[in-house]
Design a protein around this ligand. Structure first.
Ligand code: COA
Length: 171
């Protein structure tokens, strides 16, 4: 059985990513958590790749944005999901958004992938000294709440409709 792998988005992932986005939006028109600046680039894939490289390297980043890294979780040529790691917390991210955003393609949901993705992303964060980690979700997002709690999230408080959890150290 093949294991999914993490990849930094590049030009060769265009078709797989477009399929992921199109399938995602059949079920949900909201912006996709964890896909970085993809939707802001409005379909210009090459521009998105350049933007993600700059965000990862911390180049040309205007406040209130902070350096961030987007990874795709892929099985063969399919995108199972994506994560976006914010390297530090702005005032806004402190309230809502936190250090990590993630999504799983509808057809891969309820198979434990988000839990596995968050667990593995936490290992990247630890390695990069992004620790402790703030993870947030909407109060109605039961699936995400379960994912965060299974990965060791300790509930801190609620800001408007956002639940805030710390992983690694209680604040
Ligand atoms: C939230 C999301 C990432 C969960 O992905 P997933 O791969 O289905 O999650 P998992 O399979 O790891 O499931 C984790 C838990 O949530 C439960 N779960 C999954 N989908 C659920 C749903 N729609 N309703 C209730 N519980 C759900 C699973 O049963 C599992 O619980 P269990 O351990 O008690 O069995 C996915 O639904 C998604 O991409 N949603 C849209 C984007 C989003 O909300 N991202 C998070 C932003 S904070």
């Amino acid at each position: 059985m093949k294991e999914p792998r993490w990849v930094f988005p590049d030009y060769c992932h265009r078709q797989a990513l477009e399929e992921f986005v199109n399938e995602y939006h059949i079920y949900d028109q909201n912006p996709i958590p964890g896909i970085g600046f993809y939707e802001q680039c409005e379909g210009c894939f090459d521009e998105w790749i350049k933007k993600e490289k700059k965000m990862h390297l911390g180049i040309d980043i205007e406040p209130p944005f902070v350096p961030s890294t987007t990874y795709l979780y892929m099985l063969d040529n399919e995108v199972i999901g994506c994560v976006n790691i914010r390297h530090c917390l702005s005032k806004k991210l402190m309230k809502r958004g936190g250090n990590i955003g993630y999504s799983v393609a509808p057809k891969f949901r309820k198979q434990g992938y988000a839990t596995k993705m968050l667990e593995e992303t936490l290992a990247f964060c630890k390695q990069w000294d992004i620790w402790p980690v703030l993870v947030t979700c909407d109060e109605t997002n039961i699936a995400s709440m379960k994912v965060i709690e299974k990965c060791g999230g300790v509930f801190d408080n609620q800001f408007r409709n956002t639940l805030r959890y710390w992983i690694g150290e209680e604040k």
